[in-house]
Design a protein. Structure first.
Length: 81
């Protein structure tokens, strides 16, 4: 399931800004970057340092993603109820 990032106030998609990719509000930093870095084993502190993001920005995106995924029903994930 694709997340509806339009419901997350910490991010924006602006036509012409990184081809309309979802970025942290008022930055050119793609949201996907956080997930890619975490997947590679980076800590939140490292992501903050490397990409000049705040802890609040990162936490807001992670919490939004977690809430969105929690809202899925087991059937949507292909798991029998």
């Amino acid at each position: 399931m694709a997340l509806d990032w339009s419901q997350c106030p910490a991010v924006e998609s602006v036509p012409g800004k990184l081809s309309g990719a979802w970025v942290f509000k008022d930055t050119r930093m793609p949201v996907s970057l956080v997930f890619e870095n975490l997947e590679l084993g980076a800590s939140i502190e490292e992501i903050m340092e490397w990409h000049h993001l705040t802890r609040d920005q990162i936490i807001n995106v992670l919490e939004f993603a977690a809430r969105s995924l929690d809202a899925e029903t087991p059937q949507e994930c292909g798991i029998p109820a």
